[in-house]
Design a protein around this ligand. Sequence first.
Ligand SMILES: C[S@@+](CC[C@H](N)C(=O)[O-])C[C@H]1O[C@@H](n2cnc3c(N)ncnc32)[C@H](O)[C@@H]1O
Length: 177
Amino acid sequence: MEFITEKDIPITKEEIRAISLYKLDLKESDTVVDIGCGSGAMTVDIAKRVKKVYAIDFNEKAIELTKKNLNKFNIRNCEVILAKAEDVLDKLEYNKAFIGGTKNLEKIIKILSNKEVKLIVANTILLESTYKAINLFEQMGYSVEAVNAFISYSKKISSGHMFLARNPITIIKAYKL
Ligand SMILES: C[S@@+](CC[C@H](N)C(=O)[O-])C[C@H]1O[C@@H](n2cnc3c(N)ncnc32)[C@H](O)[C@@H]1O
């Protein structure tokens, strides 16, 4: 799938989206909040599989890009919200959450836990965010499974194909039974 991209707006790579989607164990009846929707790539992937998505980002350009991608893929079951996630999460109704943006993680995870969201998947890049997220989830009573994904892309060179590694991403699944 060819998503529209823009220079300063991060997009979650396809392979990371694939793992994250699987971890979310999406059902047609789910309502999912996408916290820090960025380009909207993950929003589109989730929206195709569930009843409704709330896509939130505090960056106006990310919100515009998300809207463009939703239009491109003809997605109609998504509400796009320009806000700090921690300011609006309390007012929305959803049963699963994907965290792609990690500013104010403490408040966000507390709200999700108070709202009794039983399955959350977070993507982290920084060691500090990974450490913080795992600690916060466990403090809030979640069980945690974390995987590190080291993705390499093939590149054709004159003597054959080599692989070029990208930065690792941690995919954290937090759940309550
Ligand atoms: C890595 S990008 C997400 C990429 C996205 N999953 C995709 O598929 O393109 C992280 C985004 O989270 C947003 N963000 C970070 N913390 C946030 C918060 N507390 N509330 C709202 N947006 C947030 C940033 O503005 C950024 O656009």
